[in-house]
Design a protein around this ligand. Sequence first.
Ligand code: XMP
Length: 510
Amino acid sequence: MNHQRVLVLDFGGQYNQLIARRVRELGVYCDLMPSEMSLEKIRQYDPIGIIFTGGPNSVYEKDSPKIDAGVFALGIPVLGICYGCQLTAHLLGGTVQSATTSEYGKAEVTYKKSPLTEGMPQSAVCWMSHTDRITKLPDGFQKIAESANCPYAAFGDEKRGIYGVQFHPEVNHTQYGMKILENFLYKVCGAKGDWTMSNFVANKVRELREKIGDKKVLCAMSGGVDSAVAATLIHKAVGDNLTCVFVDHGLLRKYEAEEVMTVFRDGLKMNLIKADAGEIFLKKLEGVTEPETKRKIIGEEFIRAFEVEAKKIGKVDFLVQGTIYPDVIESGKGKSAVIKSHHNVGGLPSVVDFKEIIEPLRDLFKDEVRKVGFELGLPRSVVMRQPFPGPGLAIRIMGEVTREKLETLRDSDYILRDEIAKAGLDDKIWQYFTVITNSKTVGVQGDFRTYENVVAIRAVTSLDAMTADWARIPYEVLETISNRIVNEVKHVNRIVYDITSKPPATIEWE
Ligand code: XMP
């Protein structure tokens, strides 16, 4: 693709993907790459600017991640953030020392004039998170910001276009943080802002049309945002040469399966086959209570149901996968322990007869996938759909999955979603759903004793589902939700609210 590119080099900090997302939001394409990238590779990548991310190390530790100081002689502007800023100072002959006090959280920073700080007020609040600090700048550098605890909160060499900021411009807590990133991209690197989702769609459709021609494409549609956007993009490129298979495992939310058919088959006129496998899944799940066993059964049955439909279609040339950018980023971090075996409709290649995989969204972050969805005219309910686990409602019913519990879960979840939307909170909460606990309690409804299910509400805020906090839903909204569920949904007499963060809990209950 012929757009400008920025290279974000990953030194292991927690906000690294966020930096890359911010750069993209500002209309400039970027890739997040491991910091070990060689000078030769950097040169070949041909970036208009390089950003060094933060990281947990100290530059003077022997094994801390470094980079060849030759990077500063490439004539490409550099912005070092936090650890990246200390590394810049260290490699160019400045001094970085451990401070007696760490600086975490908000700090008032005052700015001096420079291309990086153009349009900034004289002082603003920044988000700091560091122990080391720079005590002497390298030759040729000027101080451009300071805070009470940090004499060189930002510095730069205007001639070479090399800058460092000790704070985190990418986080929301830093006022005017986006302005700093924008200045770096547009005033220092000469960005044109050629990364827009309408350009992406136009280029991608052309590229897909050339690649696919009149060959046949198969896509597993799950109802999720990624597969929906991937399929719509391909449909725009090659129309009926795309066939989509939607396995309805009977574990979707209320009206979800119907919506998939209405939007994609009836609305967009896609060649969409629905496999009604609900009965088979329920049968297979009979008597199963162990979460991992449930997940395995659903994963296997899903593939089987897809395979039955795929076999009817016969050989295809391409199989679509909804892979997105965070799935392909090679981060410096080691592999983490498997907490839950994830089921994803992506993992199908071994059972389908096809020549090649296509991944039209592999360059995009989730928020970009959503923008592309809007660009393609998909409805808000599809584009803004919350993340939903592959095994569906089965892992939100503790214990055995039964028809009756599925109905109770669907109805309670529908009310929750309805009230969250009415309260205008649907954009603010990452995920919200109900769970059927395997507890029954005594209640009194209409003068009668009841012995019914406890339904839990789970609602979390998060950036990437790796960590999450429980959402502070206002009491009045919780009250309405609770009243409506116990009054309108059968077999429920008590509602509880899950107030656990992740970690130690996970977002889903199983
Ligand atoms: P946990 O429960 O592990 O969930 O905190 C993290 C995120 O992943 C979603 N999730 C899944 N997504 N297949 C998926 O595609 C799965 O099997 C699966 N299990 C959990 C969960 O909804 C949350 O967004």
